[in-house]
Each structure stands twice: as structure tokens, then as C-alpha cells.
Design a protein around this ligand. Structure first.
Ligand SMILES: Nc1ncnc2c1ncn2[C@@H]1O[C@H](COP(=O)(O)OP(=O)(O)O)[C@@H](O)[C@H]1O
Ligand SMILES: [Mg+2]
Length: 362
């Protein structure tokens, strides 16, 4: 008998999906570790609380819970929005409900199995059909989720500990745990963005307007870092076809890198102009290809040849808080726009990045 109870306990605590046992008033009686991890809350905190603390304002779901209790109905994989504690964020969940019967067949409460559907939903969001996802992309997305879930648990536990030990000399160590978890979270988030390779949503974009929006964001930081900004724009440039959000990300990355290369101040010069080149379209026909160029020139620390060689390799960084993903992502976005990125740099004197973006062919 003892052996059997152990087995049931083990199943309960090893199950990969969340399990909840509710009483007839829909208050939480018991939860398993997978559920605690998923919702970033300990079972002590959950026990005795109404189900609505995990699924706030989800009346259709609550109604189904009531049906389970009142007439023994069961439901498969109802989609609901579940609320995580640590950042009060919601995630998509699939909830399977069944009544919990006593030995006489009476209904003691409800049993819920809760599945985190966020990976599935993220995969659905990828612009291409799932089967076209490369193994590497699928692996990255899958890994990213596997990393993020336990991180939520680590963060929530550390925060609970911190509340207890706020005045202790070791409180700082816990704060480090939390800030490092946040850093891994940001890294993983970037990894996910990176693996999804969104198709650009093209529309007419005024390049100068995009740049101005970025400088508006960066203005203060540039000033406090004693960096002057010089803009040399060609006002006659036409609109280009681009994804405005992705383009902003490109210039933001480049401006940020330029700023970070000048810790004691300096100058960033931004030039815009036309650039013509020639491409052979057929044996007899040479057609001009028109680009616009945006140059970002800094007077910062520059790079040697070896650094330039590894510039676009993901995770290569010289900064203590860097991720080494900015330029890899930047290059990918530019290439998705049929453009190119060129770099020239000299150690200790500065760096120039040139972004070439094509103009529509007449
Ligand atoms: N304007 C620049 N001047 C000097 N070095 C640069 C510049 N831009 C990028 N780098 C170098 O390239 C590395 C990779 O840049 P990036 O991919 O943006 O990642 P991160 O900024 O997170 O380090 C940086 O760590 C830095 O060494
Ligand atoms: Mg960067």
C-alpha cells in the first residue's frame, strides 16, 4: 500500500504538465511542481486560493469548471490565458478538465491538467509553414523555451528568498541571481527573434524620418556621453521599400555600437546619399542598379583585422554586458531587404558602417 502511494506521488510530481486539484468551491487544494514552475508560484502560495488567481477574468473557463463540479462534465484542451506571477505576464495554456470522484461516485472536486502552449503558439507565428522550419530554427526555438521556463522558477524563488533576506548581508547575492536570470532571459529572447527570421513587411519609408526617430530616442544618452552628432543628408532621396520597424532596429544597433565605441566621447556622423552600381542582367544589357547609402561614421576605438573578421559571428562581443548579436541580426535584416552592409575600420581612430538599400527598379 505504501509503495502504491509513493508511486502515485511520484507520478504527480514527475508529470511534465501542470496538475491542479480543486475543491467544489473551485479553490486550489493541491498542485504539482510542473504547475508551480509554469506559474512561478509555490504550492504554499496557491493552496486555498481560487482558480481565478491563475486564470483571472476567464469567465468561460470558470463556467466550464462549474459544469465539471455540478454535473460531472469533462473538457479537453480548452484554450485560456494563464497568468504568471513573476512578471504578471500572460501565456496561452491548454486546460483539460475532469471531475474528481470519491469512492461512492460523489464529486469531490475537479482535476485540471494544464499545458503551456506558448511554444506551439510561437511556432504558429513563424511566417513560414512549420514543416519548412529548418532543424536549427526548430531546435533554437525549442531550446529557448526549455531554458526560459525553469528560469521563471529560479527568478520567482530568488525573489521569495530576497523578501525573507532583504536585510541580510547575502541579499546582494540574490540580487545578482535575479539580474543574471534577467540577462539570460533577454539573451534567449534575442535568440528566439533571431531564429524566426521574419519576412520584412515592406512599405514606403522615408529614411531620414526613420533616422530622426532613432536620434530622438538616443539624444539624451549621446549628450551625457559627450558625443556630438553630425548629419549630412541628401534631401532629394526618394522613399524606399522597407520594413520600418526592422530598419529602425538596424540603425539603432549601429548607432548604439558607435556610441559604445566612444566611452570618453567623440562624434558620430551620419551621411545619406545615392549610390549607383552596374549589374549585368543579360549578355547584351547592362542595367544600372540604384541604392541609397546610409553611412554611420564614428571616431571611436576602431577594430583590428581579426575583430572585423568575426564581426558578424553571433555571440562574439568585446563588451562585458554585450550579447554579440546586434550585428548578426543587423546583417540579416539588411540582406532580407536585398541590401548590403560594408564596414571599414582602423584601430584607435574609428569605424564606418555603410548600409546599402536598393531603390525600386524603374
Ligand atoms: N562601431 C564600432 N566600433 C568598434 N567596435 C565595434 C563597433 N561596432 C561593433 N564593434 C565590435 O563588434 C562586436 C559585436 O557587435 P554587436 O554584434 O553589436 O554585439 P555587442 O554590441 O553586443 O557586442 C562588439 O562587441 C565590438 O567589439
Ligand atoms: Mg551591439
Amino acid at each position: 500500500m505504501e509503495h502504491r502511494e509513493d508511486l502515485i506521488k511520484n507520478v504527480f510530481s514527475s508529470f511534465i504538465h501542470g496538475i491542479l486539484i480543486l475543491d467544489t468551491e473551485l479553490n486550489i487544494q493541491k498542485s504539482n511542481p510542473a504547475l508551480e514552475e509554469m506559474f512561478c508560484r509555490s504550492s504554499e502560495v496557491l493552496t486555498g486560493n481560487p482558480i481565478s488567481i491563475l486564470f483571472p477574468d476567464q469567465h468561460p473557463l470558470e463556467e466550464k469548471f462549474r459544469q465539471v463540479i455540478s454535473n460531472g462534465a469533462s473538457y479537453q484542451l480548452i484554450e485560456a490565458q494563464a497568468c504568471r506571477k513573476n512578471d504578471s505576464s500572460f501565456f496561452p495554456a491548454g486546460v483539460t478538465l475532469s471531475p474528481l470522484f470519491g469512492t461512492q461516485g460523489e464529486i469531490l472536486g475537479a482535476l485540471a491538467v494544464i499545458k503551456d502552449l506558448s511554444l506551439l503558439k510561437d511556432l504558429e507565428k513563424v511566417s513560414r509553414p512549420l514543416e519548412q522550419l529548418s532543424t536549427a530554427e526548430a531546435l533554437t526555438l525549442g531550446m529557448a523555451h526549455e531554458i526560459r521556463n525553469p528560469l521563471g522558477g529560479i527568478r520567482a524563488s530568488a525573489q521569495l528568498l530576497l523578501a525573507d533576506l532583504e536585510t541580510s548581508a547575502n541579499a546582494n547575492l540574490i540580487k545578482i541571481i535575479i539580474s543574471e536570470v534577467d540577462r539570460i532571459n533577454r539573451l534567449v529572447k534575442k535568440m528566439m527573434d533571431f531564429s524566426q527570421e521574419p519576412e520584412p513587411k515592406l512599405k514606403p519609408v522615408n529614411i531620414h524620418q526613420s533616422l530622426e526617430e532613432i536620434f530622438l530616442l538616443e539624444k539624451e544618452t549621446l549628450e551625457t556621453n559627450k558625443i556630438t552628432l553630425k548629419q549630412v543628408y541628401d534631401p532629394s532621396l526618394p522613399l524606399i521599400q522597407a520594413d520600418p520597424d526592422q530598419l529602425k532596429q538596424v540603425f539603432l544597433n549601429l548607432i548604439k555600437n558607435a556610441r559604445e565605441a566612444m566611452p570618453t566621447g567623440g562624434q558620430i556622423q551620419v551621411n545619406t546619399r545615392y549610390h549607383g552600381s552596374y549589374a549585368l542582367h543579360s549578355a547584351s544589357q547592362i542595367k544600372p542598379l540604384l541604392f541609397i547609402v546610409v553611412e554611420i561614421i564614428d571616431s571611436g576605438c576602431g577594430m583590428d583585422d581579426k575583430q572585423i573578421e568575426n564581426l558578424f559571428t553571433p555571440f562574439v562581443t568585446t563588451k562585458s554586458k554585450g550579447m554579440g548579436l546586434g550585428l548578426a541580426l543587423t546583417l540579416k535584416i539588411i540582406e532580407n531587404h536585398q541590401g548590403t552592409l560594408k564596414v571599414s575600420s582602423q584601430k584607435d581612430s574609428g569605424t564606418t558602417f555603410q548600409v546599402f538599400l536598393p531603390l525600386p527598379q524603374k
